[in-house]
Design a protein around this ligand. Structure first.
Ligand SMILES: Nc1ncnc2c1ncn2[C@@H]1O[C@H](COP(=O)(O)OP(=O)(O)OP(=O)(O)O)[C@@H](O)[C@H]1O
Ligand SMILES: [Mg+2]
Length: 267
């Protein structure tokens, strides 16, 4: 644990010096946004008495009710099999609830047409537990994809993708294809791809599961920076140290039930 404390101190210092300022300028968004300020009124995600079962099996999530205010940052915690990935899939509308109400960006998910899904999902950055990178594209092109889809200028793409991949420690692997990268490297490509477009909502499933402590802390700083720029962030994690050290509330799942917990530590 001692090692972790040192890393946090170091990373904090680093984050102060190199706070991804230029990525922030990309879309001309406000420089800062107060974290969980009182001006926040709208909710990005809302669940009311949601239940989920796979096939004819028992409910794996029951009576799930919560709300994610715009600009909030939450961890999703709980033991393996508790339903963390299922909860994220519900928010991404990749899984339909068996009962209850889900609202995404103030829209009732049950009323969203299939054709509308791609447009809605473009506002969500997602890091899947199994990465889902495009194997025949280079690291650089995987990360550039959301910007290219959005029609960004190639000059800006070169600058921002290069900078972000440097931040996550992949500057030497820009041309590598995902199958030639390690698990932890692939995970960082997936994270860079999820955050590069400054999504409205970021859903990350175990985003630090394959990297060492130092990189995990660095990635958390990246998520916090994104959050300061306005993105609502949800991170499923087993890493108790990160949950303790980074002061964000938890959506804690156990036996299919949700227990909302305040930050483990005060900011
Ligand atoms: N496609 C599926 N078909 C049937 N059951 C499933 C499916 N996906 C998940 N489950 C079940 O739902 C429950 C919750 O799974 P989920 O993957 O959401 O848990 P988790 O908290 O993400 O676990 P982990 O920490 O291991 O990633 C588990 O009991 C799992 O077996
Ligand atoms: Mg999971």
């Amino acid at each position: 644990m001692q090692k972790y404390e040192e890393i946090v101190t170091l990373a904090r210092r680093l984050a102060l010096n190199q706070n991804l300022a230029s990525v922030r300028h990309k879309t001309g968004a406000p420089q800062t946004r107060p974290f969980q300020s009182t001006e926040i009124t709208t909710s990005v995600v809302q669940f009311e008495n949601v239940g989920v079962r796979y096939g004819t099996g028992p409910e794996v999530l029951s009576d799930i009710t919560f709300e994610l205010p715009d600009g909030s940052f939450h961890f999703v915690t709980g033991p393996s099999g508790a339903g963390k990935s299922s909860l994220l899939k519900l928010m991404y509308l990749a899984l339909r609830p068996s009962r209850g109400l889900i609202k995404l960006f103030d829209r009732n998910a049950a009323e969203i047409e299939r054709e509308e899904l791609p447009g809605l999902r473009r506002q969500i950055g997602v890091v899947f537990q199994n990465f889902r990178l495009i194997d025949h594209l280079s690291t650089f092109d995987n990360v550039a994809l959301p910007l290219r889809v959005a029609g960004a200028q190639e000059g800006l793409i070169q600058k921002h993708v290069g900078e972000l991949l440097g931040w996550v420690g992949l500057a030497d692997h820009l041309e590598a294809r995902p199958p030639t990268l390690s698990g932890g490297q692939q995970q960082r490509v997936a994270i860079a791809r999820a955050v590069i477009g400054r999504p409205r909502l970021l859903l990350a499933d175990e985003p630090t599961g394959n990297v060492d402590d130092q990189i995990a802390v660095r990635l958390l700083y990246l998520f916090e920076e994104l959050n300061r720029m306005g993105t609502t962030v949800v991170i499923a994690t087993h890493n108790e140290f990160l949950v303790r050290e980074f002061a964000h509330p938890q959506l804690h799942l156990e036996d299919g039930r949700l227990d909302t917990r305040p930050p483990a530590k005060q900011a």
